[in-house]
Design a binder for this molecule. Structure first.
Ligand code: PMP
Length: 429
């Protein structure tokens, strides 16, 4: 019989250790907010394949659309024989994007490709080289994306040299002590000391840092960055790879601030489980690269475009933007109730927007020393209790919840009950 242990042994011999897994269970089957492993054990899934499954595992309408597409063609390469699902999806996203005026969209496959291509477009549109990103950011693992990612270990160590002209400034969070004013001062110092503003092509920011710890970018910071970009002709890129498609209680996370970016990188939940990413942007900016300058063999796969068109239908028809708010409110109420319990490990700094909720595990409530090791143990105990749960954050101290927005109240409650059991301090149960 195939067991988790037998697969782990085969994996150890066949797969390099560089790719890690948050759990040691191997998937057999999944449905909406639930997953079964190869030993038949059932789990509630609060990870959603790292923010990919806002419409849940195997949404029946998404599967039907992909099956229909399978019966027509699976791949022609948009650069060879184009197809309607790509064009139709671009039309849908252009209409949804919080960008005024004419908008165009191009598709790729991964989030890293989306952030890299957003920079290529910004560089071509401005004729400038430099890019400014934030400490703690995650923009992907390819070379330029790694350069923009603001965390050395484990993402950058040993991989350089990276593409040049990428600079970082602090991202303000309650835990790191930087304020929004500090971030803006650092930006102006960068302009004065390192790269003049007129050489900067783009500023890239996640409306809520994902891997960095579910830290919400202050709306006033986003507005200030918009002003800086307007003043100096810099492109503002919103990396919505993790925040997009209803997760935060808006279609795009940046909508909470009212700021219109020039370019938006999207991926993850757009494809509903099929690999798809894209760059949405102001048409004049998007058209600054001559024909042939952008693309990719699999970019905008017809199967993934068919899935994504249905994902957008499901978000609208099932009211998932409002549902994200309701799920988030329910999670917040439960987590707030954990915060002053002495039988649980210390839980602080509940934060997020909509159903993108995180909180920190700390050594003690007063000192707030991040305790990534304990957060990891919480995830291990959660798995034992039947819940797939992820961490994030600088020290791995943040527990993040990315439950499908299609989840039932019963499954959500079951998952939160398992989380509560996982938070019990060892020895106090
Ligand atoms: N940007 C953000 C904000 C992300 O969260 C991620 C993935 N965690 C990426 C980019 C990279 O996406 P991918 O892994 O699909 O390349």
């Amino acid at each position: 019989m195939t067991t988790n242990a037998s697969l782990a042994a085969r994996r150890a011999a066949a797969v390099p250790i560089g790719v890690g897994s948050a759990t040691a269970v191997y998937a057999a089957h999944a449905e909406n907010g639930e997953l079964w492993d190869v030993e038949g054990r059932r789990y509630v899934d609060f990870a959603g394949g790292i923010a990919v499954l806002n419409v849940g595992h195997r949404h029946p309408r998404v599967l039907a659309a992909v099956r229909d597409q399978l019966d027509h063609y699976t791949h022609t390469a948009f650069q060879v024989v184009p197809y309607e699902p790509y064009v139709a999806l671009a039309e849908r996203l252009n209409a949804l994007a919080p960008i005024p005026g004419p908008v165009k969209t191009i598709f790729f496959t991964t989030g890293a490709e989306a952030t890299e291509n957003a920079v290529k477009i910004a560089r071509a549109a401005t004729g400038r080289p430099a890019v400014i990103a934030f400490a703690g950011a995650f923009h992907g693992r390819t070379m330029l994306a790694s350069a923009m990612t603001g965390k050395v270990a484990p993402y950058k160590r040993a991989f350089g040299p990276f593409p040049g002209e990428v600079h970082h400034i602090p991202f303000p969070t309650d835990s790191n002590g930087y304020t929004m004013q500090d971030s803006l001062r650092a930006l102006h110092m960068l302009f004065a000391a390192t790269v003049e503003a007129s050489r900067v092509a783009a500023i890239i920011i996640e409306p809520i840092q994902g891997e960095g710890g579910f830290h919400v970018a202050p709306p006033a910071l986003l507005r200030a960055l918009r002003d800086v970009c307007n003043t100096h002709g810099i492109m503002l890129i919103a990396d919505e790879v993790q925040t997009g498609f209803a997760r935060t209680g808006r279609m795009f996370g940046i909508e909470h601030s009212g700021v219109a970016p020039d370019l938006i990188a999207v991926a993850k939940s757009l494809g509903g489980g099929f690999p798809l990413s894209g760059v949405i942007g102001r048409a004049a900016v998007m058209d600054s690269i001559p024909t042939g300058g952008l693309g990719g063999t699999y970019a905008g796969s017809p199967l993934a475009c068919a899935a994504a068109l249905t994902v957008l239908d499901v978000i609208a028809d099932e009211g998932l933007i409002a549902r994200a708010e309701a799920i988030g409110a329910a999670i917040r109420t439960r987590v707030a109730g954990f915060a002053d319990r002495n039988d649980l490990v210390p839980v602080v700094a509940l934060r997020g927007e909509g159903a993108m909720i995180g909180f920190d595990i700390v050594a003690d409530r007063a000192g707030r020393e991040p305790d990534g090791a304990e957060a990891k143990r919480v995830c291990a105990r959660a798995l034992d209790a039947g819940l797939i749960l992820l961490t994030c954050g600088t020290h791995g101290e943040t527990i993040r919840i990315l439950v499908p927005l299609t989840v039932s109240d019963a499954i959500l409650t079951e998952g939160m009950d398992a989380l509560e059991r996982a938070l019990v301090r060892p020895g106090t149960a």
